[in-house]
Structure formats: structure tokens, C-alpha cells
Design a protein around this ligand. Structure first.
Ligand code: NAP
Length: 298
């Protein structure tokens, strides 16, 4: 089966591509600029900016992908708030461009979306809950979801939450950043008044593969099981490494004005994925050990 992945140079892409290759899928990895995926297996990489219709049509007509995993996005909420036109172009129009190119091929279209489509008032959302985003990033992703739902072929929307794991491309994430700063004696402020069910990146990759294998349609909520605030996540990491917790300062959303509002309580009910995909994510403690490659003593 030929699988085309967008945003392949990104965090998820760097975990998904090797897993697809391990399973002997034919992979067409696409991204902006040169290939930055660290894999030794042979695979096809094509530069493809999906806001460029000509480039999309060229790659699709060359490779005729049977499955598309659309992971590429501008995923930083503050960046989206500041650059609304660009955010719409990449997150919404880019998705429309890919959907249009997929129609003649009747490809299975898998779109990676976010918990930020919800307002964060209820928490532990299931697939039937109504989305009402509180920031522009969420709006652009929700608009894209609506277009995916209109796609004539088979489609799947995979919403996920705060993805963590070992960074592959040098970009830090919350956990690795705080560890580095703490070891340098720097203070770090972390939110206590947001709740998420953080997702270990390998779990997300395996759920996507299960969706491909089962041709699972519709919306799926994919995340971890433990509901934690970013502060609690960081404190667990600090305990693991015996870091100086006095340098980790608990703050509220009101203490730090960010450009984009954040939904306070998200987190997912993952019962559907457990039942239909056999999805079984690791605990946050286990994901933390995997992130820092600490062997389990059990
Ligand atoms: N990470 C999370 O916590 C999280 C949570 C919920 C949902 N999601 C969703 O999950 C998906 C994957 O996230 P991620 O963490 O892997 O994000 P990421 O590391 O930021 O990767 C996104 C990739 O998309 C690429 N991209 C952006 N615009 C593009 C364009 N016009 N054409 C081609 N490629 C383009 C970026 O290219 P450059 O590398 O060149 O910038 C980047 O490599 C996204 O759709 C995101 O919205 C992520």
C-alpha cells in the first residue's frame, strides 16, 4: 500500500515514517524543504509545500497514494493568532488542496487534528462532543475537519492532545526544555490551571497505523490516559531526575498573557479507540521513561 505523509519532517512524522517502513508500507514522505527524517531504510522523500496546488498535483499524480496521512500544520497557537492569514492558508486551505488532489485517486484521507477544537470547559471529550474553539489555531483545524467530512472518499479525523516524547529533530518540548533549564539553574514557569491527557508520540503513531490497517472511518480521539496539568507533568519529570523543584514555578493563565487563549480543561475519553483500534496507550510515567530512555526496572 502506498502511503503519503505530509509534515514528515515534524515531530510526529519522525516517529510515523520509521514505523510505516518497519511494516513494509511503501512510503512517500513529504515536507517543506530538504528531508530531515532520521531513518536508515530507503524511502521516497518529496519536497511538497501543500499550500502550492501545482506541487501537490505533481506529487499526487506521480505517486498515486492510496492513503494520505495529513500531519503537516502550523501547530503553535500563538503563531496562528499572530499570522492569521498564514495559519488559514496552511491549516485550512492546505488541507482543501490535498483533499481536492485525493478525489480522483479515491485515497483514504487521514487528518491529524487537535483537542484545541474544544473550548476546554467540560474536559475528557468524546468524539460526539461539539467543538467550539477558543483560538485561531483551533478554528483553522476545525474548518479543515469540516472539509474532510465533506470528502467523497473514505476519511478519518484523528484528534490528539499535547504530544510528548524524545525530540528527534533538535526541537525541544516542554519536558526536555524544563530539564535543560533546570540543570542550568534557570527558573521555569508552568501552568497549573490547564488539564490535558498528554499523548506519548509512539502511541499516536501506532494508533494511526491501526487506523490504516483497519481502514477505520470517522473521528477518533487519541491521547494518553492520565489527566495532568503541564505543571504536574514537569514535577513528575523533576522527581524522576531529582531536579530542583524550587526552580519550577506554578502559574495560572492570568499570570502570563499569551497571544492565544488556551482551552483550560481538555483531555480525551479514548473508549472508542480502545474498543475499535485495540488502542492501549502507556501511562504518563511509562511515557516519561521512554522519552528519556530510562529502562523499566520491572
Ligand atoms: N504536537 C502536539 O502537541 C499536537 C497536539 C495536537 C495536535 N497536533 C497535530 O498533530 C500534527 C503533527 O504535529 P507535530 O507535533 O508533528 O507538529 P510539527 O512538529 O510542528 O510538524 C508539522 C510539520 O508540518 C510542516 N509544514 C508546515 N507547513 C507546511 C506546508 N505548507 N507544507 C508542508 N509542510 C508543512 C512543518 O514544516 P517545518 O518543519 O519546515 O516547519 C513541520 O515539519 C499537526 O497537524 C498538529 O496540528 C499536535
Amino acid at each position: 500500500m502506498r502511503i503519503l505523509v505530509t509534515g514528515a519532517n515534524g515531530f510526529l512524522g519522525n516517529y510515523l515514517i520509521p514505523e510505516l517502513l518497519k511494516r513494509k508500507y511503501e512510503v512517500i514522505a513529504t515536507g517543506k524543504g530538504k528531508c530531515r527524517i532520521k531513518v536508515t531504510d530507503t524511502f521516497v522523500y518529496e519536497e511538497m509545500d501543500f499550500t502550492n496546488v501545482q506541487s501537490v498535483n505533481h506529487v499526487f499524480s506521480t505517486y498515486k497514494p492510496e492513503v494520505i496521512v495529513h500531519a503537516g500544520a502550523i501547530s503553535k497557537p500563538d503563531e496562528c493568532e499572530e499570522n492569521r492569514e498564514l495559519a488559514f492558508d496552511i491549516n485550512t486551505q492546505g488541507t482543501i488542496n490535498l483533499l481536492k488532489a485525493a478525489i480522483p485517486l479515491n485515497s483514504f484521507f487521514i487528518f491529524i487534528s487537535t483537542d484545541f477544537v474544544f473550548d476546554g470547559l467540560k474536559g475528557m471529550y468524546n468524539e460526539k462532543d461539539s467543538p467550539t474553539p477558543v483560538n485561531y489555531y483551533g478554528q483553522t483545524k476545525l474548518l479543515a475537519e469540516e472539509k474532510v467530512k465533506e470528502y467523497v472518499g473514505e476519511w478519518c479525523i484523528v484528534r490528539t492532545v499535547l504530544v510528548y516524547g524524545r525530540p528527534q529533530m533538535g526541537r525541544e518540548n516542554l519536558l526536555t526544555l524544563v530539564k535543560k533549564k533546570n540543570e542550568n539553574g534557570e527558573v521555569f514557569k508552568v501552568f497549573t490551571d490547564q488539564l490535558r491527557t498528554p499523548t506519548y508520540v509512539e502511541d499516536l503513531a501506532s494508533a494511526i497505523i491501526s487506523i490504516i490497517d483497519n481502514k477505520a472511518n470517522g473521528i477518533f480521539h487519541i491521547s494518553g490516559v492520565d489527566q495532568l496539568s503541564p505543571y504536574e507533568m514537569v514535577i513528575k519529570m523533576a522527581d524522576l531526575f531529582g531536579l530542583n523543584k524550587e526552580l519550577i514555578l506554578p502559574i495560572n493563565q492570568n499570570d502570563l498573557k499569551e497571544k492565544a487563549l488556551r482551552p483550560p480543561f481538555t483531555g480525551f475519553d479514548i473508549s472508542k479507540a480502545k474498543a475499535l483500534l485495540n488502542y492501549s496507550p502507556v501511562s504518563f510515567d511509562e511515557g516519561l521513561r521512554k522519552t528519556f530512555e530510562i529502562k523499566n526496572e520491572n
